[in-house]
Design a protein. Sequence first.
Length: 303
Amino acid sequence: MIPNVEYYKRKNYDLKKIVAYAKDRGYTALMVMSEKSKVPDGLYICSLPEGPTSFWRITNVKLGSEMGYGTNCNESDNPELIINNFDTRLGRRTARQLASLFPSNPDFKGRRSVTFHNQRDFVFFRHYRYQFKGERDGRVAIKGGKGKIRRGKNPEAEENYEESEEEDAATSLLNEKEKAKAKRAKEKREKRLKDGKAHIDDLDCGMSDDGGMSENDSDMEAGNDSDASEDNTNYKDKSKKKNQEMKEAESKKELERAVLQEIGPRFTMKMRYLQHGTFDAKNGEYEYMWRPDSQVSKKKMFL
């Protein structure tokens, strides 16, 4: 999930000794996970060498292996980082600490993104891989025979999954709109031609005495016919141009549209405290500490 990470078992070492060990060996951050009944419930993040140190309560943990509709990724690709709604001074400081865990040069070809979304001081962590419309590579979510979601190795052979159904519905709706628009344009064109013929037939001012038409009248009729044909050709050219522009816009939309595939894990974080400097439980200076009585207003948020 995080590039350039090395995992070590904590065993019975004190956290201050682990911080000193990591600082001497040039590590830039230290993350220690606490658990209860084999379920993660806390996370220490210590930025090295000068801090700060934050402790987060972890809830609603779901691993990637537990997601039946998940996908895989190349862990060597640096992810794109998305951080939302960290607006206060404390929130910006926390966001910088979270951002420092990931490299600042994402690999866009890997199409991997990591999101920290803050909502009412609860930080939601998500790990996605996005796939543009029309691409069919890797293991993606497909729909089984009884409507269940399962993993598929050959998505080209099975096109009846949820995204394709949505795409088919959208394209059919666009086709219906195009047909209705073409029908209205055809009716307007026929009405215009009928009105022009009726206007020519009702002209009686240029008639000669023997019931024939003068030269000026014949020239006027020829001019009217040529004007009507020019209008018709111009209208056809405009309609063709408009249809071509619509098709180009639709193709651009299809290229821009992307489908998200969750890699995992996913969990929710709630910050309990932020400590100035590295971890020091006895003599540490706390910049922020959450208490139940501090949340007196539902409109006041700290991050």
